[in-house]
Design a protein around this ligand. Structure first.
Ligand SMILES: Nc1ncnc2c1ncn2[C@@H]1O[C@H](COP(=O)(O)OP(=O)(O)OP(=O)(O)O)[C@@H](O)[C@H]1O
Ligand SMILES: [Zn+2]
Length: 728
C-alpha cells in the first residue's frame, strides 16, 4: 500500500491524500503523477489528478480513504504542466483543483479518454484484405479504396463520399479497423513557405535578435500600427518550424481577425495550424489538446486559455496585441495569459515575443528595466508618412448626432476621393439613457447603479451590466409626461444619422449588436475589404488589428469620458484605444487623417498623444505612476465582495483589515466599487498594495487560508484579483 496526493475540484486551497491498495495498482498501469483517478469524496465519486506518490501521510489511518480506480494508462499532464498549474494556482491564490479543472478540456475533467476524438485512421484487417464479396456496393468500394491506399484518414474517406455508416458496418464485420495515428511528419521536413516581403532594416534587426537568442528571453516588439509586427512573428516562426518545434500564438479575439489567421495559413500552407477559441466544441477542444501534446499540430493560434495547452516541444510563444485586456480572465481564476506566457517561456527555456503598438505600462516598465529586451519598429511598412492628427474643439461647434460639422465636411472630402471613412464611438445601442424633458427622470436599471441603454432597432432598454431588458416607456414613470427623449449617443444612432446624411453611401456598423449572428462579422469585414462599405461605424471591435487598406480618415467621436475617470488606468486605456483606432487609417499608400472630437483640446494627455505619439505618452504615464506609487511600480490585489445585505459585505471586508497594520502592505478600504450595485447586489472592494511582490503574496496566502474558515466569508460572494486591470 502507498499514498497519493491528489487535486480535486473543490473551492478549498488544499490537496488531499488517498491510499492506493497494492492490488489496484497491480491491476492497472503503475500510477504516476499526472494520471487521473476516481476517488470517494463525501458521498460522491470525483475525478482527481495525482500530484505525487508518497509512502507516508499525515492523515490518520482510520480516516484515510482508498481510491476507487485508476483512469489513465499514461499521465494526461506532464510534470512540467503540473508545475505550471501549481504556479498559476499559487500566483492567483486560487484552489489548485479548480485551476486544473479550468485548464483541462471538459472531456478530461469528466474522466473520459484523451483519445476519444483521436481515432482518425482506418485500415483493412487480414480478413478485409481478402476483399470478400459484399452485397453493399459502397462497402466493397471502401475495401478496394483501402487496399489501394493501405491506410486512410477518416477525413479523406469522408471527402471521397464514404459515410460514417459504411465505415461502421465494415468495422462491425471485422473487415476494417480504426486506429489512432498522430502525424508528426511536419517536424522532419522544412516547412513550405509562401511568398513573403523582404524585411526592412528594423524588422530584420528584430528577427535576427530573436532568432539568435538562446534559452529563455522575452522581447517587447514595440512597433507602431502597420509597422509589420506580424511579418516579424512569421519570419521568426519559420525558424522555429525549421527546428521541428511548436509555437503558440496568443491573439485577443480570433473572430475579429480572420485576416491574421489566413496570413499564417498562406505563409505555411503545409504546416498543421490549429485554432483555439471560445466557439470550439468540446470534442474540438479535446482534439486540439491531444494534437498539441503529440506534436501533430505545429502552430496554435489561440485566445487566452490556449496558454494551458500541452505542447510536446514548444519552441516559441508570441503574444500579439499584448496590451489587450481580453488576455486577463475577469472571473473565477483571474489569470493573465500574457504573464503566464512569460512563466511558460521561462519553463521551456524559449523566446517570448510580446508585440504591440501600444504596450501595457506593465510590459513597458519591464522593458525599461531590462527584464524584457526592447525591439522597436518606428516606421509603417507600406506608408511613407505618419498619420496626421487633429484635435477638434467641440466647444461651441455646431454638430449633428454628436458629429461636428467640420468632421462631416472632412468626411465628404475623403468619400469624394473614393476613400473609406471610419467613425468610432465606444458605445453601442442608440443612446445610453432616456431622459424626461419635464422632470429629468433617467432610465435606470432597476437592479444596477447604472442606466439602461436604449436600443431603438429592437425597441428595448437593455442594461449592459446585468442584461435585464425593459420596455421603452411611453410616459415618464415619475411625472407622467410623454416628453421622453434619447440622451447621449450610441453607434446605432450614428449609423442612422449617417445613413440619412449620406443617402448614396453604404454605411456598415460593427459592434456587438450588429455581429451577434454567426458569420455576420466576417460578412461585414468582407464588405469593407471588397470596398462595398464606404462609411464604417463601430466600437472598439473596429480597433483590433484590422488591415483595411482603403480607410483614409478616422473620426473619433468621444474621447472625453476617458480623461476624467476614477480608474487610474483610464488614461492608459484611452491612449491605447485612440492609437489603435487611429492606426486603421492610412495603412497603404498615402498617410491617413485622424480627427479627435473633444471639449478639452488643451488636455496634456491629448496634446502629448497627438504631438508625440503613444511611445512618449506611455513613458510619461509611467513616471506619473511612479510618483503616485501605483502599479506597475507597486503590486496590487483587490478583494471584491458583493451581496444583497450591504452590512454583511462591508463587515466581511472590514474583518480583513488588521487593526495594527502589516509591514510592507498598504490597505485601502472597504470602499464602494465604482459600480456600486449590479444585479441587485451591493459591491465593495479592499485594495491591497505592496512594493515587494513576495510580501504581497505572503500576505495574500495567509488571507486566503483565513478566508477558508471565516464565517463572514460564507455570507457574501467574494473574489480575489491579483494584478487587477479593471477596477470595476
Ligand atoms: N517588409 C515589408 N515589406 C512590405 N510590406 C510589408 C512588410 N512588412 C509588412 N508588410 C505589410 O504591411 C502591412 C502591415 O503589416 P502588419 O499587419 O504585419 O503590421 P502590424 O504591425 O502587425 O499592424 P497592427 O499593429 O496595426 O496590427 C501588411 O499588409 C503587411 O503584409
Ligand atoms: Zn442591470
Amino acid at each position: 500500500m502507498y499514498f497519493v496526493e491528489v487535486a480535486i475540484k473543490v473551492p478549498l486551497p488544499r490537496t488531499f491524500d488517498y491510499k492506493v491498495d497494492s492490488q489496484l495498482g497491480e491491476a492497472s498501469a503503475p500510477l504516476k503523477p499526472g494520471m487521473r483517478v476516481l476517488v470517494p469524496f463525501g458521498n460522491q465519486r470525483k475525478v482527481a489528478v495525482v500530484l505525487a506518490l508518497k509512502t507516508t501521510t499525515e492523515v490518520p489511518e482510520n480516516k484515510i480513504k482508498a481510491i476507487f480506480e485508476i483512469i489513465d494508462d499514461t499521465p494526461i499532464l506532464s510534470a512540467e504542466h503540473i508545475e505550471l498549474l501549481r504556479f498559476t494556482a499559487r500566483y492567483y491564490c486560487y484552489p489548485l483543483g479548480e485551476t486544473i479543472h479550468i485548464a483541462l478540456p471538459s472531456a478530461l475533467r469528466q474522466g473520459e479518454s484523451p483519445d476519444k476524438t483521436s481515432i482518425n485512421m482506418v485500415a483493412l484487417t487480414e480478413k478485409g484484405a481478402l476483399l470478400p464479396s459484399l452485397k453493399a456496393k459502397t462497402q466493397l468500394n471502401l475495401l478496394k479504396q483501402l487496399s489501394q491506399s493501405g491506410k486512410s484518414s477518416l477525413t479523406e474517406l469522408k471527402a471521397l463520399g464514404f459515410s460514417k455508416k459504411t465505415i461502421d458496418s465494415l468495422i462491425d464485420k471485422a473487415l476494417i479497423t480504426q486506429s489512432i495515428e498522430h502525424d508528426n511528419h511536419w517536424q522532419s521536413v522544412a516547412p513550405t513557405v509562401g511568398s513573403k516581403p523582404t524585411l526592412n532594416k528594423e524588422q530584420a534587426v528584430a528577427c535576427t535578435t530573436i532568432n539568435q537568442s538562446s534559452g529563455f528571453s522575452s522581447f517587447l516588439l514595440e512597433g507602431v500600427t502597420g509597422s509589420g509586427k506580424t511579418e516579424v512573428y512569421l519570419q521568426c516562426l519559420e525558424e522555429v518550424l525549421k527546428r521541428g518545434e511548436q509555437a503558440l500564438v496568443l491573439v485577443p479575439e480570433i473572430g475579429l481577425t480572420p485576416q491574421t489567421v489566413n496570413r499564417f495559413r498562406r505563409r505555411f500552407p503545409d504546416t498543421p495550424i490549429m485554432l483555439w477559441h471560445s466557439a470550439l466544441t468540446d470534442n474540438e477542444r479535446l482534439q486540439t489538446w491531444r494534437f498539441c501534446e503529440k506534436a501533430s499540430c505545429a502552430i496554435v493560434i489561440g485566445t487566452r486559455s490556449s496558454i494551458f495547452l500541452p505542447f510536446l516541444k514548444l519552441g516559441m510563444i508570441v503574444v500579439d496585441e499584448e496590451h489587450d485586456s481580453s488576455f486577463k480572465q475577469q472571473d473565477t481564476l483571474r489569470y493573465h495569459a500574457r504573464d503566464l506566457a512569460a512563466y511558460r517561456a521561462y519553463q521551456h527555456k524559449i523566446p517570448l515575443i510580446l508585440g504591440s503598438a501600444t504596450p501595457a505600462l506593465e510590459t513597458l516598465h519591464k522593458a525599461i528595466n531590462n527584464k524584457y529586451q526592447l525591439l522597436s519598429l518606428t516606421e509603417r511598412a507600406q506608408t511613407a508618412t505618419d498619420n496626421q492628427f487633429k484635435l477638434l474643439d467641440m466647444k461651441g461647434q455646431p454638430d449633428q448626432a454628436g458629429i461636428a460639422h467640420a468632421s462631416l465636411a472632412t468626411m465628404r472630402q475623403h468619400l469624394k476621393r473614393g476613400k473609406q471613412v471610419m467613425v468610432f464611438l465606444n458605445r453601442r445601442g442608440f443612446s445610453p439613457t432616456l431622459i424626461c424633458h419635464e422632470c429629468g427622470w433617467l432610465s435606470e436599471c432597476k437592479r444596477c447603479s447604472t442606466s439602461a441603454t436604449f436600443h431603438k432597432a429592437i425597441g428595448q432598454m437593455i442594461c449592459h451590466h446585468c442584461g435585464d431588458q425593459y420596455h421603452v416607456p411611453h410616459q415618464c414613470p415619475d411625472c407622467g409626461s410623454t416628453q421622453i427623449f434619447p440622451n447621449g449617443k450610441g453607434t446605432e444612432q450614428i449609423e442612422e444619422f449617417l445613413s440619412s446624411e449620406f443617402p448614396q453611401t453604404p454605411v456598415t456598423r460593427i459592434d456587438r449588436d450588429s455581429t451577434r449572428r454567426k458569420g455576420s462579422l466576417e460578412k461585414a469585414l468582407d464588405e469593407i475589404n471588397l470596398g462595398g462599405a464606404r462609411i464604417l461605424v463601430g466600437t472598439q471591435m473596429l480597433a483590433k488589428g484590422h488591415h483595411f487598406a482603403d480607410v483614409s480618415l478616422v473620426v473619433i467621436l468621444d474621447v472625453d469620458s476617458g480623461l476624467y475617470s476614477c480608474d487610474f488606468r483610464a488614461t492608459e486605456h484611452l491612449a491605447q484605444l485612440v492609437t489603435q483606432v487611429a492606426g486603421r487609417a492610412g495603412r497603404s499608400g498615402e498617410a491617413g487623417q485622424v480627427l479627435l472630437q473633444t471639449h478639452f483640446p488643451e488636455h496634456p494627455l491629448l496634446q502629448d498623444l497627438v504631438n508625440n505619439g503613444y511611445q512618449d505618452f506611455a513613458r510619461f504615464a509611467l513616471r506619473e505612476r511612479e510618483d503616485a506609487d501605483l502599479p506597475p511600480i507597486t503590486n496590487m490585489a483587490i478583494v471584491r465582495a458583493q451581496g444583497h445585505n450591504i452590512k454583511q459585505v462591508v463587515d466581511f471586508l472590514t474583518d480583513l483589515v488588521p487593526v495594527s497594520g502589516v509591514t510592507g502592505i498598504q490597505l485601502l478600504g472597504p470602499i464602494p466599487a465604482p459600480l456600486e450595485k449590479v444585479a441587485g447586489m451591493y459591491r465593495f472592494q479592499l485594495h491591497i498594495q505592496a512594493q515587494d511582490r513576495r510580501v504581497l503574496h505572503q500576505y495574500l496566502a495567509q488571507m486566503v487560508d483565513y478566508l477558508s474558515t471565516s464565517k463572514l466569508a460564507q455570507k457574501v460572494r467574494w473574489s480575489l484579483d491579483v494584478d487587477p486591470i479593471d477596477m470595476i
